[in-house]
Ligand binder design. Structure first.
Ligand code: ZN
Length: 172
């Protein structure tokens, strides 16, 4: 069976991005044969280029491909760096949680439409906190190297739910 729409696929892969200062590669994610990445193929949940590079492969096939930032998690955008007024971070007593709001910390925030998003604290100033709302992998070329572990037809309930069940998938 080859990878095509409505298959459940298990892959073991190593994802790296270029290292700081362009030296070497930095590991972002490493799955294993025992605990691979399992997903329902062709339902638009993953990066289209990731699926495109796996389409037509079968169990035992290997892969080694790169996805440019603009087709991955987007290019790094300076306008996603924002100064947020300090008042937004103060508790009822007007205190700042300096453990949580500190340089380098990822903080759960909410945008004007009420969507949850993560921001990275770049600097804590007197009047504001400077935050970066770029995806952590924005601006990075993604490099996937791995092997196809399993390919099977999706069950009817998996197609209805839009995700894989069983080991590595959803449990319910
Ligand atoms: Zn389900």
């Amino acid at each position: 069976m080859i990878i095509a729409k409505d298959c459940v696929v298990a892959v073991n892969y190593h994802l790296t991005v270029p290292g700081e200062n362009g030296e070497g590669e930095t590991t972002v994610e490493q799955t294993s044969v025992q605990d691979p990445f399992v997903f329902l193929f062709g339902v638009g949940q993953l990066l289209p280029e990731f699926e495109g590079n796996l389409s037509g492969k079968k169990v035992g096939d290997t892969f080694d491909f790169r996805i440019e930032a603009e087709n991955g998690y987007g290019v790094y955008q300076l306008e996603h760096i924002v100064n947020i007024p300090m008042t937004a971070f103060l508790d009822e007593e007007g205190k700042l949680d300096t453990e949580m709001i500190a340089e380098g910390k990822q903080v759960p925030m909410m945008d004007n439409e009420g969507n949850r998003l993560w921001g990275k604290v770049l600097a804590v100033e007197t009047e504001h906190v400077r935050m970066d709302f770029n995806h952590p992998l924005a601006g990075k070329q993604l490099h996937f190297v791995g092997e196809v572990i399993e390919v099977r037809a999706a069950e009817a309930d998996e197609l209805a739910h839009g995700h894989a069940h069983g080991p590595g998938g959803h449990h319910h």
